[in-house]
Design a protein. Structure first.
Lengths: 357, 342
């Protein structure tokens, strides 16, 4: 698995663990497929797979920049509202007779601008991304409501709804999946094969050390938040197209699924390690799980309980395993394990003493 | 009121710059000043804004948010956050309402059960965060989904109507003692008790210590995990109180009660001067923050803006309050370095 090498080099000693985590995901995925197949004869059909993938594509697309942001040691809770704002703005522009080839770039630009606001607050003002993006989560959703109000816009032309709803001609592959694959490959190369990716891992592992090594920390972070806002708007456009309806409350509650997918994909919540292929595997696992639950007639409420538990477990298991391993190493008298990075909840502006040290 | 920063572990012996220190200390006062100016400005356009009945109505409604914000303040003081409070409020509200409707418990027992349920849910968060070391943002994002899912699951499509509640149960939301609404009295009592605990007990000082400098707190032998756990447990219990108040206030309860309330609660806490970096802030500030947001929500229609602006305003309030805190903190650190002659 060559794609893992960058992550492995960025965090020596984690490579084996990461490889194992991804192996675990593959096993879970196969297990879910077996379970799903026993639930319904239609589970293993191409049509069902196309459906289960299509239903999760907005989440999957937003998970890609979220992966980079969590690796760099931040978080973006505002993605669902960025997508909602994109949907509302698109509906508003279409209602005001702006042609789509002009409206879509405007929507994407507004999304990037929203990401820039997040990035400036986090990187320039030094505020915790958790609170900043909690604030913009409300601001972007509020703007969506102000722009479109409680109405829905649904008279989009067929050429547009084809983007979210249609398939690549002659196959069952949905168009959003093509977009996802292209973005995933692009970001995999950037994260795992280029200097940009190296800088992202370096900042996530030790932001101070990265800065003293000449990494422009705030520029990288701002760039990532802009990317996140841009791609979240793209996801909002795809969602609008797939449902052929623009609404201000589009994508509400989606951030939870996005963060779950990323952490399930083996990305360390404290930053510094993770991989795009792992997240792609997690997307497939969650898609299959949701589909299997639906086939088993499990209600939406129980699905939301399952998702919440999955999110917590995907942090508890690796953290506990790491602590158990450290404890074993200590007992054996081996070298002390690397200290865990400071949890995000505990981040703050470094004091002067820390800056000097 | 004593400077909460001075009691914290940051650096008790060094005096921060006088002006900056004053601003930092006076968040409660400046909030009151803003409230008065806002009230005067709005009442110019809508004279009914500052009538006694409107003010007490706003204060009663804000009390529910304020009680939940007290719990959120305890958690944020320890440098954590609890996003699951709204689900705790929702689940407690439904359980209290439905047990009353089915006559499982009498009114006093239902109230106790509701608060106890909130306490248990808060302890679940506390275990995850303090003992399993899940970052609070992830843990409470997860439990937000889990608690709300359980709420939907037990509620289904059932809705408890106002008529299903025993007679007089919702009276506390509508009655007053010597002209002061009962809900406001409850909030004030909780603020006074909580402030006394924070200022004068070992646990209270430990909360500030853990929040302002976890490493130093650990070196001093403060059991930070137990402190964080207790903060989350109390936050759950206070959310339980807010859930009971929610039933009394709104009467008609289904599985979606309090959806989205977390933004107002966090916004009230940070706008009330509880520093998001932990270690400083007061409960009175958090309660005043809730009152402030209550007035803003009430003033919107009076000045011709619809409710859709409210969400955006909560967001802007969070951003502005946090940015101001960070600015003050940075100034404090800078002036402290200058004074210590380094």
């Amino acid at each position: 698995m060559t794609t893992l090498t960058a992550a492995a080099q960025a965090r020596p000693g984690w490579s084996r663990w990461l490889a194992r985590w991804e192996a675990l995901l593959i096993v879970a995925l196969l297990g879910l497929i077996v379970v799903g197949n026993s639930l319904s004869p239609f589970f293993l059909t191409a049509g069902n797979f196309a459906n289960l993938i299509a239903a999760l594509m907005e989440v999957a697309i937003m998970a890609l920049p979220m992966t980079l942001i969590i690796i760099v040691g931040e978080i973006d809770l505002s993605v669902e509202s960025s997508a909602g704002l994109a949907s509302a703005l698109l509906g508003f522009l279409w209602m005001s007779h702006v042609p789509l080839p002009i409206a879509i770039p405007i929507v994407l630009a507004v999304g990037a601008l929203g990401g820039l606001v997040n990035g400036l607050f986090v990187a320039k003002a030094g505020l915790p991304s958790l609170v900043v993006t909690l604030g913009t989560l409300a601001v972007f959703r509020g703007l969506a409501l102000i722009v479109l109000g409680p109405i829905g816009v649904s008279d989009f032309p067929p050429a547009f709804t084809e983007l979210g709803f249609g398939h690549v001609p002659g196959t069952l592959i949905p168009w959003p999946f093509v977009i996802f694959v292209v973005l995933a490959v692009l970001l995999t190369v950037i994260l795992h094969q280029t200097w940009i990716g190296r800088q992202i891992f370096a900042i996530g592992k030790n932001s101070g050390a990265a800065r003293y090594s000449g990494v422009r920390v705030s520029r990288v972070k701002i760039g990532l938040f802009v990317l996140s806002g841009l791609i979240a708007s793209l996801a909002g456009i795809i969602l609008t197209s797939r449902l052929s309806s623009a609404r201000a409350d589009a994508a509400e509650g989606m951030t939870l699924t996005v963060v779950t997918v990323v952490l399930l994909g083996g990305v360390n919540i404290f930053g510094g390690s993770g991989s795009i292929p792992g997240v792609v595997l997690a997307v497939l696992a969650v898609a299959v799980m949701q589909n299997a639950l639906r086939l088993a007639s499990v209600t939406v409420e129980v699905q939301s309980i399952a998702l919440g538990l999955l999110l917590i477990l995907s942090v508890v298991i690796p953290t506990s395993a790491h602590r158990a391993k450290s404890a074993i190493d200590r007992v054996r008298g081996g070298r002390p394990p690397p200290a865990d990075s400071v949890p995000r909840g505990e981040q703050r502006i470094p004091t002067v003493e820390e800056e000097r040290s | 009121m004593a400077d909460p920063r001075a009691g914290a572990l940051v650096a008790p012996s060094r005096t921060p710059g006088r002006l900056v220190g004053t601003i930092a200390r006076q968040r409660e006062l400046s909030l009151l000043a803003i409230l008065i100016v806002l009230g005067a400005a709005v009442s110019l356009r809508a004279p009914q804004f500052l009538t006694l009945s409107n003010v007490s109505q706003v204060a009663v409604l804000a009390s529910v948010t304020a009680v939940a914000a007290l719990g959120e303040a305890l958690v944020i003081l320890t440098r954590n956050v609890d996003l699951s409070v709204e689900a705790t409020i929702g689940i407690v509200a439904y359980v209290v309402a439905v047990t009353l409707e089915s006559h499982t418990f009498g009114a006093p027992a239902a109230v106790v059960v509701g608060i106890a349920l909130g306490l248990v849910l808060g302890m679940v968060n506390g275990i995850l965060i303090a003992f399993l070391r899940v970052p609070s943002i992830v843990a409470t994002l997860g439990t937000l989904s889990v608690f709300r899912g359980i709420d939907y699951f037990i509620a289904g499509s059932h809705q408890v109507p106002l008529a299903g509640l025993p007679d007089g149960f919702t009276d506390p939301a509508r009655s007053d003692v010597f002209g002061i609404p009962v809900f406001v009295l409850v909030t004030v009592v909780l603020v006074v008790i909580g402030t006394a605990i924070l200022r004068s007990t070992r646990f209270g000082r430990q909360i500030y210590a853990v929040g302002s400098n976890p490493e130093a707190a650990a070196i001093l032998g403060i059991p930070s995990r137990r402190v964080v756990f207790t903060a989350f447990a109390l936050c759950g219990a206070l959310a339980g109180v807010a859930g009971v108040m929610w039933v009394m206030e709104f009467g008609t309860i289904n599985g979606t009660a309090a959806t989205g309330a977390v933004l107002a609660i966090v916004a009230a806490t940070v706008v009330g001067g509880v520093n998001i970096f932990g270690g400083s802030g007061t409960l009175a500030g958090a309660a005043l923050g809730a009152l402030f947001l209550g007035f803003v929500a009430n003033a919107l229609p009076l000045i011709g803006l619809n409710q859709f602006y409210l969400q955006a305003i909560y967001g802007v309030v969070i951003l502005v309050a946090v940015a101001a805190d960070a600015l003050i903190l940075r100034r404090l650190q800078r002036s402290r370095t200058r004074r210590s002659g380094r």
